[in-house]
Write a protein of this length. Structure first.
Length: 457
């Protein structure tokens, strides 16, 4: 009887261990199935839409598989019976644990209509991705994405009608052109700098772009009207201009200790990094260089997106009863204690009248900036439309706010000594699409009418 009881207990123990054993095997099989037979499909992402493309298009794909990892990627372009392989990559299995391949892959695909000998019309891009899952009889999960698009490789037709024959560094002008179709954007590119165009009212298909050259332009390497269609094709109409030679005035500026004592406290409240400099001269040089660069970049940013409506009319006004104190593009050498310490270029005209004289708008425009701006002190900037801006700085007070519409000669504020100004005056600048140009041209009624307004009329 005892022997039978022992034998029964022994069988029960064996059955228990067998259950545990097979349970572990079953659990392992389930875990292995979850890991190795995972059914999550790889994810495919594209950088932008492919509804319409031009003769050359770069597309960035991102492929993601966070379970078993990516094993194979293929990108093919299909048009009719033609199939062109644009990209293919196969990865070797890195083990049998999860993530046997990379989780993420980003790559660039180039669609070049000419090299691929494609025709205008419909086509499709097929992206196929497999992962390292053991699902599907060890072939893994497969994602296939098809992107259908229309190929348009014909650039828009551009016809330049008129452009300046002569132009000087710091000068301006207008380019007139026609475009044969509706395009995404257009304008004139000179030495790599783009001047956006605008439509001529009442003249369908005719456009213009007001251009300006930087004061330090040494030659015109390239100039062309550009029009970019919705597919990204660029139509161009190159043209030439004769660059006039200009001899800029050379000035010497002495920086006395009294000026440093007067100005450093003003800048310290706006530029705390200046306080890391030890001497007043080092602080001054920080403002005259680092802060000046920051200020100019801010001005370029502010004046890079002009309104398409022409607000200004006629020549730009010069401040009444004011004398010129410094000219456009005067090249300044700064001295301290008899030693040269710095060089800068003055990109405006300084006008001095009575103390705290009223400052009027040179022409009708919209206030886009009215605040303190480093070396320029208190500043007002007006957008006159079509890429033309005017800047008024060193003001003692500002009487307008951003967003105000100001009529010609409307009061903006009063002259002063804010910023890097030694005496009460107005620093006046004209900008074309962010490029500082010579105000003398814009004050000259004859020049303005002959070179710009006669075309706009």
């Amino acid at each position: 009887m005892a022997s039978n009881l022992y034998t029964g207990r022994n069988k029960s123990r064996k059955s228990f261990f067998l259950i545990i054993f097979f349970g572990i095997i079953l659990l392992g099989a389930v875990l292995a199935g979850v890991i190795y037979l995972e059914r999550e499909m790889p994810l495919v992402q594209i950088s932008d839409e492919l509804n319409l493309i031009g003769s050359h298009k770069e597309v960035t794909f991102t492929v993601i598989d966070r379970k078993s990892g990516i094993s194979h990627v293929n990108v093919s372009l299909v048009q009719g019976a033609k199939e062109k392989k644009l990209y293919e990559k196969t990865f070797q299995r890195e083990g049998y644990a999860p993530n046997a391949g990379p989780e993420k892959l980003e790559f660039l695909t180039v669609i070049d209509a000419n090299s691929l000998k494609l025709k205008n019309g419909s086509a499709k891009l097929i992206v196929t991705v497999r992962d390292f899952s053991f699902w599907n009889f060890l072939r893994g999960n497969k994602t296939e994405k098809i992107y259908e698009f229309t190929l348009d490789s014909e650039p828009p037709k551009v016809n330049r009608m008129d452009s300046p024959r002569y132009i000087k560094p710091g000068g301006a002008g207008i380019v007139i052109y026609k475009i044969g179709e509706i395009v995404a954007h257009h304008g004139v590119r000179i030495n790599g700098f783009f001047h956006p165009g605008f439509p001529f009212p009442g003249a369908e298909g005719t456009f213009g772009a007001i251009i300006g050259l930087p004061y330090d332009t040494e030659n015109i390497e390239s100039a062309a009207v550009e029009a970019v269609d919705e597919a990204g094709n660029i139509g161009k109409a190159p043209f030439g201009m004769i660059l006039k030679s200009v001899k800029w005035k050379q000035d010497q500026i002495n920086v006395p200790d009294s000026f440093l004592t007067l100005k450093i406290p003003e800048f310290s409240q706006y530029y705390p990094l200046m306080e890391e400099k030890e001497t007043s001269l080092e602080k001054y040089l920080y403002v005259n260089n680092t802060v000046r660069r920051e200020n100019n970049l801010k001005i370029i940013e502010l004046c890079s997106n002009s309104g398409k409506e022409q607000l200004w009319d006629g020549r730009f006004s010069r401040m009444a009863r004011a004398s010129n104190r410094a000219g456009f593009a005067d090249h300044r050498t700064y001295y301290y204690d008899g030693k040269e310490i710095d060089k800068q270029v003055h990109l405006g005209i300084d006008l001095a009248s009575t103390r705290h004289a009223e400052v009027g708008a040179a022409n009708k425009g919209k206030v886009i900036f009215a605040d303190y701006l480093g070396i320029y002190g208190n500043v007002v900037i007006l957008d006159h439309g079509l890429g033309v801006f005017s800047l008024y700085s060193h003001l003692s007070q500002i009487g307008v706010v951003a967003g105000d519409m100001i009529e010609k000669d409307g009061i903006l504020g009063a002259t002063g000594t804010s910023g890097m100004a030694g005496g009460d005056h107005l620093h006046f600048s004209i900008l074309v699409n962010g490029i500082l140009v010579d105000p003398l041209e814009w004050w000259d009624e004859h020049w303005l009418d002959l070179n710009i307004l006669s075309y706009l009329k």
